[in-house]
Design a protein around this ligand. Sequence first.
Ligand SMILES: Nc1ncnc2c1ncn2[C@@H]1O[C@H](COP(=O)(O)OP(=O)(O)OP(=O)(O)O)[C@@H](O)[C@H]1O
Length: 240
Amino acid sequence: MDQPSNASNPTDEAGPGPAVHFDNVGMRYGRGPEVLSDISFDLPRGSFQFLTGPSGAGKTSLLRLIYLAERPSRGLVSLFGEDTSVMERGALPAFRRRIGVIFQDFRLLQHLSVFDNVALPLRVAGQNVRQYGEDIVELLNWVGLGHRIDALPPTLSGGEQQRAAIARAVVSRPEILIADEPTGNVDPDMARRLLRLFVELNRLGTTVLIASHDIALIRSVNAPVLELAEGRLNRRARSA
Ligand SMILES: Nc1ncnc2c1ncn2[C@@H]1O[C@H](COP(=O)(O)OP(=O)(O)OP(=O)(O)O)[C@@H](O)[C@H]1O
């Protein structure tokens, strides 16, 4: 069984507070009903946790709150000890750059090659991509895309697009990685390989939260499981 760090493991930009803190959070879309209610949990810096629950339970909505794509309708969401409700709009892009996200719909830029999609977070951070060329190729080999480096996303299978999105999310070693069903389109062997990548990233200090329905995947790592049901959280130390 893989053993993530789950220890407080501050990064260079460590300040006070956990990587993610939710206190009594509620969320609704527009004027609709609450899709998340009374959500309280912490992701300590350097921890690794799963988020599970049936379809419609609110997993994606919770990840969207962490990524600052949505605001809570009540309660407190703080990142790295900062209350997100008082963050100025102009500060959001810099915060988002500290978070690697694997979306369910991948969100690759269709006109850029696999390599350039994966290099994008480094470019945005002002890094010299040439310097990282070999690392990017190595990462693409690890996720089984070594032969598709120059391909455009519309020519890739769903599983290949998902792996390119994963490589893009981890390439800059973000402080937080949130992943929405990151192994939903790959076979069990590749799922285990991708999980090893997340565990390794966690060992290097990244706080990881993975939303997944995949019980076998969850059981293969010794990590806490946050379980959502109808927008509310039941915490379990481990999956059953
Ligand atoms: N943009 C939206 N506008 C209105 N309601 C939404 C929106 N997105 C999600 N919802 C609703 O919020 C609830 C939680 O959805 P969410 O996508 O967060 O669940 P989930 O656990 O991620 O589901 P799945 O496992 O199927 O991806 C559902 O009732 C859903 O219909």
